[in-house]
Design a protein around this ligand. Structure first.
Ligand code: DQA
Length: 141
């Protein structure tokens, strides 16, 4: 089994970016954490990050015939992107949406998620641990 983890815009700036919300651990720390979760779940994995909506759509399309599950933190595109929602629906690969912060307790525009319409499950406000939960869920563990 193979799981693809996709992170959207500004997730590459973890550690620098609003540390009071996102913490002081870096994107490299997140990638290490995700790789440990792949090992714990006994799955193969890929980790991808992009600041560009179309590149995220392209990566989702490339997952056809390759990934058995997708974990996605679409970041700001969560609240705006019909294109990412449609890509997830088009490929039909089981998907879990993850947010590091508790989006429901922040600005009201963050309560809207287009991507959640294509997600089997959404995990919010658990930091890095949310990615681990998502990977274990998709792996059936
Ligand atoms: C985020 C929440 C989004 O509202 C925000 O735009 C992000 C990160 C999170 O992981 O908490 O960039 O998806």
């Amino acid at each position: 089994m193979k799981i693809l983890v996709i992170n959207g815009p500004n997730i590459n700036l973890l550690g620098i970016r609003e540390p009071e919300i996102y913490g002081t651990e870096t994107y490299a720390d997140l990638v290490n954490f995700i790789e440990e979760a792949f090992a714990e779940a006994g799955v193969e994995g890929d980790v991808y990050q992009s600041n560009h909506e179309g590149e995220i759509v392209d990566r989702i399309q490339k997952a056809i015939g390759d990934a058995d599950g997708i974990v996605i933190n679409p970041a700001a595109y969560t609240h705006t992107s019909v294109a990412i929602l449609d890509a997830l629906k088009a490929v039909g690969i089981p998907t879990v949406e993850v947010h590091l912060s508790d989006v429901d307790s922040r600005e009201s525009f963050r309560k809207i998620s287009y991507v959640s319409l294509a997600a089997a499950k959404t995990i919010k406000g658990k930091g890095f641990e949310g990615y681990r939960e998502a990977i274990l869920y998709l792996a059936g563990k």
